[in-house]
Design a protein around this ligand. Structure first.
Ligand code: SAM
Length: 277
């Protein structure tokens, strides 16, 4: 069973996962109200239509957080089921969606919500789903490989999984750039998931991802780096024109070797092969 923490406990669940209860303000301030959150959304807006076959098919958004990605799909005509175990995040997301829907962004019935962790989705939202998204969630789990297995089991044959993970190799590199040399040398990079810290507890490497998808019968169709340059800037600019140039650079090199490999996040498209006939 997965215990749901209270809004102030900031503890891991029994499964070793970090639900974001009590983190709405911190998460929204430090990511989505900052240029890096803006860049992440701009890159997803650029990459997802290239990396996925979008046909207004139903979407399961796992660990949907504040609901930006669910909203993105609803706006493009998809029926979205957003699953999220943190009551705080879910309440925030659904209130924001209701506002957007009242403004005419999408019909009110485009979104439904499940207050559930990934591990309970085989019972609560078995699908199978033609499209599943799970962005920036695996790194907050005690057992990220098991999560890949669960996600694979929820996919329909021929269905696609858009998976975005926090890149362990980029975390090492950014620690070095910031001068945290001893930390990098000892390779003690992961956070503990306590208090309001947002250093992920299970950052993932590309090599691990390659292994896990093969183990679970998925095929890697594409990979891109998100924030390949931004986190390494010595003098981040607040000028809009500079930020636009940085976005152009990120777009130009996000799928090119070697740059994608040091993206703060790695964005993958995995497909479940059609069953043999
Ligand atoms: C960094 S946020 C990412 C939110 C959103 N997907 C995004 O990209 O902005 C991580 C989310 O994973 C959720 N989470 C933690 N453990 C989970 C689990 N076992 N199943 C599903 N979601 C989980 C957290 O509550 C949090 O909302």
């Amino acid at each position: 069973m997965h215990s749901i923490p209270t809004s102030t406990s900031y503890e891991l669940t029994q499964a070793g996962d970090r639900y974001f209860d009590g983190l709405v303000d911190k998460f929204s301030r430090s990511l989505y109200q900052a240029p890096r959150g803006e860049l992440r959304l701009a890159m997803l807006d650029y990459l997802l239509p290239q990396m996925l076959h979008l046909t207004e098919q139903p979407v399961l958004d796992v660990g949907g957080g504040l609901g930006q990605l669910s909203g993105w799909f609803a706006q493009r005509g998809h029926a979205v089921t957003m699953a999220e175990p943190s009551q705080d995040m879910l309440a925030h997301a659904s209130a924001w969606h209701a506002e957007r829907s009242a403004e005419g962004a999408w019909p009110v019935d485009k979104l439904r919500y499940l207050a559930a962790p990934l591990q309970l989705l085989p019972q609560q939202a078995p699908g199978p789903w033609p499209l599943i998204t799970c962005h920036a969630v695996l790194e907050w789990l005690g057992e990220p490989e098991q999560a890949v297995q669960t996600l694979a089991s929820l996919l329909a044959p021929g269905g696609q999984l858009s998976l975005m993970v926090f890149n362990r190799d980029a975390l090492r590199f950014s620690n070095v750039v910031k001068g945290n040399l001893k930390k990098a040398l000892s390779d003690q990079l992961e956070g503990k998931g306590k208090r309001q810290r947002l250093t992920p507890i299970s950052p993932v490497t590309h090599d691990e991802m390659c292994q896990w998808v093969v183990n679970n019968g998925l095929v890697m169709e594409g990979v891109a780096g998100i924030r390949i340059f931004q986190d390494y800037l010595r003098h981040p600019s607040t000028e809009r024109s500079e930020q636009a140039t940085l976005l152009a650079l990120e777009k130009q090199y996000c799928r090119q070797d070697p740059h994608w490999r040091l993206g703060r996040y790695l964005l993958y498209t995995f497909t479940k092969p059609e069953a043999d006939v």
